[in-house]
Design a protein around this ligand. Structure first.
Ligand code: F6R
Ligand code: MG
Ligand code: MG
Length: 365
């Protein structure tokens, strides 16, 4: 029997209510029913069903390890059952993130986003699960850098000897389908050179130098999987906290700055990532601006004690106010860059069709 616990967060957009702004409660109920049965049958130790905007988030603990066919199949079947509910209610984009009709052993590459972390439960195990809507996995690069490499953010990098050695970042090249690790603080500048290009390079995991796993992010890019625009990837991130790892407050701190990410309307605009309480994770204005929620749990013998809604704190009001100010400013640009992404980056590319239509009208200059 595996003494380690696995925390799996598997998410998909299987139907929006209304449009792409939120999820109907019937989908949440269906997901709870399915995962509840799996817990009764001891497939799961525990679960929590959450949502961020139009994304359904299955948070599960078990002992099957990461990439378990049993757990992925459970998630897939849950999404299929929720899709049926979404179809019945004619919710928007029912089943949009399920790119195949059949399960083939893993949900990876099939549409859903996945972050899984396996660990020996510590004496006390505080974790934060971040869930975002209307943006893509590169959105975690800046906060992960600040949490694990910036002493101005994380006082523990200076004060706690357990963190003095620093952290190792695994970075994925989403276009080259390659990965590389950077050891920090020694390779901070090299790391920044890559992760600053957050569309292509995405931090996938962070470990302490002694090998302790500290963070894992979902890095699936739907557009790369499907070869055409399906939706934004709306990523998740798991971070373990405290006693030799960054404190809960150090992990939340980067989000007090609503940094600019890609996503928002039609996945084609830059906007601020607004940290919000669970009940405010309903991106409506211009289908946004992009949102992030933070669910805090204490894990006890695999049981999920929580969640605590960690951005439900007036200390993040200023970040929200600033995000609205930046959103107003960017919106004034309408269809102009840098609000709209550059042509090469546009997810919905009408450009091909438009070019064909206008081709004959372009004359040499
Ligand atoms: C962005 C997103 C929405 C849709 C937009 C148009 O990730 O999901 O902004 O792109 O509402 O949706 P369609 O093309 O389905 O009408
Ligand atoms: Mg959607
Ligand atoms: Mg979404």
């Amino acid at each position: 029997m595996n003494s380690k616990i696995t925390l799996s967060v598997i998410k998909a957009d299987v139907g929006g209510y209304v449009g792409h702004s939120c999820i109907h409660s019937d989908l949440l109920e269906m997901a709870k029913e399915r995962l509840g049965k799996a817990r009764e049958q001891d497939v799961l130790i525990d679960f929590h069903v959450a949502r961020c905007g139009d994304d359904l988030e299955l948070i599960m603990t078990h002992t099957h390890g990461p990439d378990s066919e049993t757990i992925h199949k459970l998630a897939w079947n849950t999404f299929v059952a929720c899709t049926e509910v979404a179809k019945e209610l004619k919710l928007y984009g029912a089943g949009q993130d399920l790119l195949s009709d059949a399960f083939t052993g893993t949900v990876k590459g099939m549409g859903p986003g996945v972050a899984e972390i396996e660990f020996e439960e510590r004496k006390s195990e505080p974790v934060i699960i971040f869930m975002a809507d209307k943006t893509s996995p590169g959105a975690w690069n800046l906060p992960l850098y600040k949490i694990f490499a910036d002493p101005f953010n994380t006082a523990g990098l200076v004060i706690d000897p357990a963190m003095h050695e620093g952290f190792v970042f695994e970075v994925l090249d989403a276009y080259g389908r390659k990965k590389i690790t950077f050891s920090c603080p020694e390779e901070m500048y090299e790391l920044l050179m890559f992760i600053g290009a957050m569309r292509r390079y995405m931090i996938r995991s962070v470990r302490r130098k002694d090998g302790t796993i500290a963070a894992v992010a979902s890095t699936q890019k739907l557009s790369l999987i499907a070869g055409k625009y399906i939706g934004k990837d709306d990523p998740v991130l798991i971070v373990r906290c405290q006693s030799g790892l960054p404190a809960v407050g150090e992990v939340l701190e980067p989000f007090a700055f609503a940094h600019i990410v890609e996503g928002w309307m039609r996945g084609s605009h830059r906007g601020p990532l607004m940290p919000v309480a669970f009940y405010e994770a309903n991106p409506s204005r211009f289908d946004g601006p992009p949102r992030v929620i933070a669910a805090g749990f204490q894990i006890s013998h695999g049981k999920l004690i929580g969640p605590r809604d960690l951005f439900d704190d007036p200390a993040f009001d200023e970040a929200r106010r600033k995000a609205n100010e930046i959103a107003n400013y960017l919106r004034m640009h309408g269809s102009f860059e840098p609000h709209r992404l550059g042509l090469e980056d546009l997810e919905y590319t009408t450009m091909d069709k438009l070019m064909k239509k206008l081709e004959s009208r372009f004359i040499p200059e």
